[in-house]
Design a protein. Structure first.
Length: 148
């Protein structure tokens, strides 16, 4: 099932300020930034050593903080900044999703991840992501990414 944790996701009000905070305060290094238009978010991946495939932190800012149809903007408005999800590399996301659904868990298929250099070679960019609803994971959204 799970191979390893690839990242944790943190929702932020100000992506640029958050990147500076994690770099200056904790010594993390920016590995890449990406705007994901389909999800209406801006994302920055950081890792302790700035190495490809290393476990890291994904900082996420909604493009339009007033768009309550966007789950990231909605969560930011309701709960403020903070921990949002954990990303797991899975051998077979489709099989894992079926097994979790058989247990009665809500699993949502999402389009393939828009991966940057930090995750290329680690995850399969053509495979659909599977998202486990937080009510089935102690309040944390679980993003399952298929291993490369």
């Amino acid at each position: 099932m799970s191979r390893h944790i690839t990242h944790i996701g943190v929702i932020v009000h100000d992506l640029d300020g958050a990147v500076r905070l994690w770099e200056d305060s904790y010594g993390f290094k920016l590995t890449h930034r990406i705007d994901i238009e389909a999800e209406r978010i801006r994302s920055a991946m950081l890792s302790p050593n700035g190495r490809h495939g290393e476990m890291g932190v994904e900082l996420i800012e909604p493009m339009d903080k007033d768009d309550m149809a966007n789950p990231i903007a909605r969560r930011l408005a309701q709960a403020g900044e903070g921990f949002y999800h954990i990303g797991l590399v899975i051998d077979d996301t489709a099989a894992t999703a079926r097994a979790l659904q058989a247990q009665g868990k809500t699993v949502i298929e999402r389009p393939p991840a828009a991966v940057g250099a930090a995750l290329s070679g680690v995850i399969d960019p053509a495979a659909c992501r599977q998202i486990v609803h937080p009510r089935h994971s102690n309040g944390i959204l679980v993003e399952m990414l298929q291993s490369a």
